[in-house]
Design a protein around this ligand. Structure first.
Ligand SMILES: *Cc1c(COP(=O)(O)O)cnc(C)c1O
Length: 411
């Protein structure tokens, strides 16, 4: 028996834990010779496909040249290349690029930047506004701004207070906007939100118009707007950023998952010039106090630079559009599901009666799909299909065939 302690895994249930030997495109190959279709992009990170030749080559090459170095007060070419590449395609007002190593950390950095900004203005504000059903990671700060529940009940005493505005469910949008208006008027440091899709909260969508109005409310009150595009970034919602669909630019932007195409852990927090300026001084006591050992690791940066080159030089947007259309067709043909919805490459629907994350149906579905060599991981009774952009029709058809089988077996 292995001594590995797995994340989000109840070892007491003694579920089999498949061992993967290699991956290519949209497929994982297990040590016991099975080919498994990766229908969730290995937890939302793999965009172009596993082991993309350009990204793999960039990693190989960089590993032999410069593997790791301190980033406080020093720099290297791959980091400069990533920053320049991001500046060229991300919103123009986001002029500064701060590196870290996971989505959670990029959120922690964003929150620290926001508080640093207000402190420097001699107008300390520390209240953070969040959205109901939000998810921003599993570190203490990231959990604090996320939905409270079974995931973090044990750690509640460690989490800081936030003010939560309701999720803008269809028909209830005005309630969200009014609540945000009131919360902003009360004075707040920042509002953090997942643009257009609340991922871990259950693949909940809301309209670009709501996002645009929320941004406008924050701007009117001078409340910093933090867009957590860790999941929605890099084409997932059909555009490079979800914010694009609302025509907005945030004050702070968190990116991770697809930043390296899903090959290595890396994150950035991009900030507007006023936020950088607020930390700019000749006083060492006012610099931005955040670092980790592997900040801007050169190998991870080389992977991100290759990802940026792929976005510039390959028809990624066409692939995203094609996958979106294919998902829409399959989804339309699916029977016996509730609330079928799609945005860009993400398709989601409910298969149960709405029992939440610990719904009994989830582990049964997980096992059903695992036995059929399809990697799908329900969020409670919400099922979603979010494959790498390179998936072919045969594999996508197989995913939906297996889902239909599971629904039929349930009835
Ligand atoms: C996954 C996710 C995070 C956390 O990223 P990690 O790399 O897992 O720490 C933060 N925000 C959103 C929206 C995410 O989907």
């Amino acid at each position: 028996m292995s001594s590995v302690w797995h994340p989000f895994t109840q070892h007491g249930l003694r579920e089999p834990i498949p061992c993967v030997a290699r991956a290519e495109g949209a497929a994982l190959f297990t040590t016991d010779g099975r080919r498994v279709i990766d229908a969730i992009s290995s937890w939302w990170v793999t965009t172009h496909g596993h082991a993309h030749p350009r990204i793999a080559a960039a990693i190989r090459e960089q590993a032999g040249r410069l593997d790791q170095m301190i980033f406080a007060g020093w720099t290297h070419e791959p980091a400069k290349e990533v920053a320049a590449g991001l500046r060229a395609i991300m919103p123009a007002s986001l002029t500064r690029v701060f590196f870290s190593d996971s989505g959670s950390t990029s959120v922690e950095v964003a929150l620290k930047m926001a508080l640093g900004y207000w402190l420097a203005r001699a107008e300390p504000r520390h209240r953070i506004l969040v959205m109901e059903h939000g998810y921003h990671g599993d570190t203490i700060g990231a959990m604090s701004v996320g939905q409270r529940g079974v995931f973090n009940r044990a750690y509640a005493p460690l989490l800081f207070d936030v003010e939560t505005i309701p999720y803008p469910a269809a028909g209830a949008e005005q309630g969200t906007l009014d609540a945000l208006e009131r919360a902003c008027a009360g004075g707040a440091a920042a509002f953090i939100v997942e643009p257009l899709v609340l991922g871990a909260g259950g693949m909940l969508f809301y309209a670009p118009e709501v996002l645009a109005q929320m941004r406008a409310i924050c701007a009117r009150h001078g409340v910093l707007f933090i867009a957590d595009e860790v999941m929605t970034g890099w084409g997932r919602t059909g555009t490079l950023l979800a914010c694009e669909q609302a025509g907005i630019e945030p004050d702070i932007l968190c990116l991770s998952k697809g930043l390296t195409g899903g090959a290595l852990p890396l994150a950035v927090t991009m900030a507007s010039e006023p936020i950088f300026d607020a930390h700019w001084s000749t006083d060492r006591g006012r610099m931005f106090f955040h670092s980790s050992s592997y900040t801007a690791n050169p190998i991870a940066c080389a992977a991100a630079a290759a990802n940026l080159a792929i976005w510039r030089e390959e028809p990624v947007r066409e692939r995203v559009a094609r996958l979106g259309e294919a998902q829409a067709r399959r989804l339309a043909a699916l029977e016996g599901v509730r609330n079928a919805r799609r945005l860009g490459t993400i398709a989601a629907f409910e298969v149960g009666a709405g029992e939440g994350y610990l719904a009994d149906i989830a582990p049964r579905l997980l096992a059903f799909f695992r036995d059929r060599d399809v990697l799908l991981r329900p969020l409670g009774d919400t099922l979603y299909v979010m494959p790498p952009y390179c998936i072919d029709d045969t594999d996508l058809e197989r995913i939906y065939f297996v889902i239909a089988e599971a629904i039929a077996a349930k009835r």
